[in-house]
Design a protein around this ligand. Structure first.
Ligand code: GLU
Length: 486
């Protein structure tokens, strides 16, 4: 491992940060941190039509949310036109580039011919050897031209970290455009200039850029730059083994944030999509990831995005988080749901922490705290249907609920021990199994058939609301039974 590597992530601000991009950013970040190097951000915003300020904000927001901080100033390609133009100028002067006066129609005709002959198309090189005087007169006439790179003979090779030695025959590439007729540089020229100017030592990016690499290398060589190392990452795939996209559901980091995933879990999950620590650890913090990260742990095969695994991992994170840390997230949700007022959060802190403690091992996502915990704040509006059929099916249940409600009401201290003792006493009085009382009571108090331990939850909800709910359920059972019987 080399020290002080300079890595970069180079998003185009044309949408939110997608999962594949986030994973590339993460690997670059991890390697930079691992080598005490730098992680730089370059905003590839030369496509003025598709680049937006909103996308830029969203991408930076997602990187921050994931905890991927960057070093040095942001580099904006849109502000570096001069640099690119002077590189093009330099290439022209050295003869590595030339002006191409071919019109769109001429190029189209070339392309069609190649298609008819079933050949891979690349530019014929028609303007490659125009005489100096011809060029000068065309320029004088104001004939529009693009700039093309003069691809030499032979082949271009590089030793990609994951793909191994990768060789392209130059003749299959053809003289490619580096600046458009309006003088603006094309993507590949900007990338070559920027990676050199930013001192990037390792270019780690998606393997959809593999075929750009020989061009980038040719340009860098012609400009006298040092060639960085390359590592092209396999794509992230959906469960159907096709490249992950919107079709598979949420494809951007922002969507996972909105769904209530924790950044730590998402980062951890992304790291394991195409990298392994070399042992069987699954849950790792950012620091542990940095510690364990090495390029050798990167996988050659594509990682498959398994949402269930992400949910499972998120559940592990939730469960391991101290309740105090979950408090801001969960109370914000409760406020949003109207369970409590914003100004009550402080005064009801202990109650809220209690709710979190009881629920956290049962939730995989933050929003589930609202689904699974509404009953802590309000009486159930209805009862679970199956539960009703199973536990509210007998008029005697109403009597037992009333009996337990009476007993609860008379308790001076309403805590886990006293409520459990009261329950056991009623069970003995009626000579029934404990489940015959516990299940209906849970349904009466929470409206659900599963959840935290009954005595814990009734204690937290408090005597009065619990007793009220039990009496209401008893009434409900009686009413239903009257309706069915007569
Ligand atoms: N802007 C390119 C993209 O978003 C990245 C180019 C690169 O990493 O070299 O795909």
């Amino acid at each position: 491992m080399t020290n002080n590597e300079r890595l970069r992530f180079a998003p185009s601000p044309t949408g939110d940060l997608h999962v594949g991009g986030a994973r590339a950013a993460l690997f670059n970040w991890l390697y930079a941190r691992k080598t005490q190097g730098k992680f730089l951000l370059r905003i590839e915003d030369t496509d003025r039509e598709r680049s937006t300020e909103a996308s830029l904000k969203s991408i930076l927001g997602s990187l921050r949310w994931l905890g991927l901080d960057w070093d040095e100033e942001l580099v904006f390609q849109s502000k570096r036109g001069e640099l690119y133009r002077s590189a093009v100028e330099k290439l022209l002067e050295s003869g590595a580039a030339y002006r191409c006066f071919c019109s769109k129609e001429e190029l189209e005709a070339e392309r069609e011919r190649a298609q008819r002959e079933k050949l891979d198309y690349h530019y014929s090189g028609k303007c490659r050897n125009l005489g100096k005087e011809t060029v000068e007169s065309y320029v004088r006439e104001g004939k529009p031209y693009t700039m093309r790179f003069r691809v030499g003979e032979g082949e271009t090779s590089f030793d990609d970290h994951l793909h191994g030695v990768t060789t392209f025959r130059n003749e299959t590439i053809g003289d490619f455009i580096i600046a458009r007729a309006d003088g603006s540089p094309v993507y590949i020229l900007s990338v070559a200039v920027d990676d050199a100017d930013m001192g990037i030592t390792l270019v780690m990016r998606g393997d959809d850029h593999l075929s750009n690499t020989p061009k980038q290398i040719m340009l860098m060589k012609a400009l006298g730059y040092e060639i960085p190392r390359f590592c092209h990452l396999p794509q992230v795939l959906g469960q159907d083994k096709h490249k992950l996209s919107k079709r598979h559901g949420a494809a951007s980091v922002l969507e996972y944030e909105k769904m209530g995933f924790l950044p730590g879990a998402v980062v951890n999950f992304l790291a394991l999509l195409g990298w392994a620590p070399g042992d069987d650890r699954e849950k790792m913090t950012l620091d542990e990831l940095i510690e364990a990260f090495s390029l050798d742990g990167l996988a050659k095969k594509s990682g498959v995005f398994d949402l269930q695994k992400l949910e499972w991992l998120n559940g592990q994170y939730l469960n391991d988080m101290p309740p105090e840390e979950l408090l801001p997230l969960v109370s914000a949700l409760f406020v949003e749901q109207g369970f409590i007022q914003k100004d009550e959060v402080d005064s009801r802190r202990d109650f809220l922490l209690g709710v979190i403690i009881q629920l956290k091992e049962r939730c995989r996502l933050i929003p589930e705290f609202a689904e699974k915990g509404a009953f802590f704040f309000r009486a159930p509006e209805s009862y679970d249907e199956k539960g009703e059929r199973k536990y509210f099916n007998d008029i005697e249940v109403a009597d037992r609920l009333e009996a337990l409600a009476d007993s609860f009401e008379s308790l001076e201290i309403f805590d886990e021990a006293s409520t459990e003792a009261a329950t056991r006493q009623v069970v003995v009085n009626y000579n029934i199994g404990v489940g015959k009382l516990i299940h209906p009571t849970r349904l009466a108090v929470t409206g659900m058939t599963t959840g935290p331990g009954l005595f814990e939850l009734v204690t937290l909800i408090g005597k009065k609301p619990v007793v009220d709910r039990m009496r209401r359920a008893a009434e409900y059972i009686r009413k239903n039974s009257e309706e069915t019987n007569g």
